[in-house]
Ligand binder design. Structure first.
Ligand SMILES: C[S@@+](CC[C@H](N)C(=O)[O-])C[C@H]1O[C@@H](n2cnc3c(N)ncnc32)[C@H](O)[C@@H]1O
Length: 269
């Protein structure tokens, strides 16, 4: 998962200089800027989560937080008649969205804003729907819901996907792996409690199917890792970063019955 925060060992080495030509931070984005998406998910799952919402008004105002290069942004534009405001703090992802939406003839309906998810530049109750796939972990589940809720109209909706334990008592080495990643998932019940604590009503939950992890995320990522090993794999810092991404995919392959992503479909009462 793409975390540009400082909390993980994987990403706390961003400013390391590689042969004086680029930082590890820049190399990190060399992986993710070339992927169709930057976190687990897929169009089928976006559609399924959308289908659990009541109908939105025509021309609904939708905010997509932590949009990355915008696969789900384009899906939201196709699913709705509204305007999608796509927010990310990495401008090159937003440039990709703008280029693609121009080609798709969607540029009138997709706006991009480079901003941080914890200081969003919007008016209170501006949106009918906030959507965020695989990004709320950056701010924390309950804190993210509390921070974003004021931007949703009364009766409006928030949909997020986040990591959750699917089985009680996960293996200790898996728990330790998540600890090293700097983020410990909650159980779905714990996350539901956080939804209530944030003052939202839970309408439904939906688990991301395995294809959203493998075919749509790790398969392209592993192919990109192979390419980069050919060009930059002899740099030890690059190799270590690529190893850590491979380890993440292998961890999912080995332990996928214990955890996954769950969509939470919520209403602001
Ligand atoms: C795991 S990716 C998910 C991207 C996309 N939603 C998807 O599913 O493909 C998380 C995204 O959040 C962005 N991000 C990281 N920290 C952020 C912050 N503080 N504010 C806004 N976006 C942030 C990253 O640049 C990245 O695009």
């Amino acid at each position: 998962m793409l975390n540009t925060g400082q909390s993980t060992t994987k990403h706390s080495i961003h400013s390391t200089q590689l042969w004086g030509i680029m930082t590890l931070d820049a190399f990190f984005y060399q992986v993710f800027e070339f992927l169709p998406r930057q976190g687990p998910g897929c169009t089928g799952a976006t559609k399924n989560a959308w289908s659990l919402l009541p109908p939105l008004p025509d021309g609904a105002q939708i905010l997509d937080i932590g949009c990355g290069s915008g696969t789900q942004t384009r899906d939201l534009a196709a699913l709705s008649t509204g305007t999608i405001t796509a927010v990310d703090n990495h401008q090159p992802f937003l440039d990709t969205i703008r280029a693609q939406s121009g080609k798709d003839g969607m540029d009138g309906r997709i706006k991009t804003i480079c901003a941080s998810m914890d200081t969003l530049p919007f008016e209170p109750r501006q949106f009918d729907l906030i959507w965020s796939e695989g990004a709320i972990f950056i701010i924390g589940f309950e804190k993210g819901l509390r921070t974003w809720k004021p931007f949703v109209k009364k009766g409006g909706f928030i949909v997020v996907s986040d990591a959750a334990w699917f089985e009680p008592n996960p293996p200790q080495d898996l728990v330790q792996w998540w600890e090293r990643e700097g983020y410990i998932p909650g159980t779905e019940d714990q996350l539901k409690e956080q939804v209530r604590n944030a003052g939202l009503n839970l309408l439904a939950t939906y688990r991301l199917p395995e294809a959203g992890w493998w075919e749509h995320y790790y398969v392209p990522m592993l192919a990109r890792i192979n390419q980069l090993r050919g060009t930059q794999g002899s740099d030890p810092a690059c190799a270590a970063l690529l190893d850590s991404f491979e380890d993440e995919a292998e961890t999912y392959r080995k332990y996928k019955r214990y955890y996954g992503y769950t969509f939470f479909i919520m209403q602001n009462p």
